[in-house]
Design a protein around this ligand. Sequence first.
Ligand code: PRT
Ligand code: MG
Length: 205
Amino acid sequence: MLTIALSKGRILDQTLPLLKCAGIDIAKKELNSRKLILNTNIDDVKVIIIRATDVPVFVQHGAADIGIAGKDVLLEHGAAGLFELLDLKISQCKLMVAAESKDNLKQQTLKIATKYVNCTKQYFEKRGQQIEIIKLYGSMELAPKVGLAHCIVDLVDTGNTLKANGLMPLENITDISSRLVVNIASFRTKNAQIKKWVSNIESQI
Ligand code: PRT
Ligand code: MG
């Protein structure tokens, strides 16, 4: 049996057609059911659909053999126990520093609102900037407005969300897209099966 962990939400809408082209199809009835483990058209391939941030955790511990998640989620997790095999080039965006103006970044201790605690620490440590992180789970854009932080670190696609909240994109930390990851032990024990599906998916990117 091969288990594939997929991220709920916006990544899923782009992942399902990709899997279908690669030969793995999940019936509408399965998708609309309340089941957590879904059957596919392939007898020995099952799919679980979970919170994006849980995907690397399931794959790391071998609860899923393959996972599809955003690079942002993988960087934040640290990707221990995982091989990143493919860049699927879907759900692309950038992890950016944003603030009301460039001057707001000129602080002895820069207060940053973000859910990307590890990525943010690494980025600012490299340049020796002292920071204080305010960990939020959403609505980061609000933080500078209400004096909670000098700037934010968040994902930016069109930039419309920043603009609507009076912020501007200032520094690109890294480009993000969805990646296919594999559990290291599974890659050895289920090598032929994994290689087959990975190459099918790769040919459809
Ligand atoms: O919502 P939930 O807490 O359940 O989980 P989630 O937010 O992690 O899932 P979801 O469905 O929002 O998908 C998140 C994943 O999609 C991320 O991990 C990225 O890999 C990818 N992705 C790609 C994005 C964006 N683009 C994106 N633009 N995730 C979020 N955004 C948000 C961003 O946070 C900001 O609020 O969209 C807003 C900015 O968009 P623009 O177009 O206004 O710039
Ligand atoms: Mg979301």
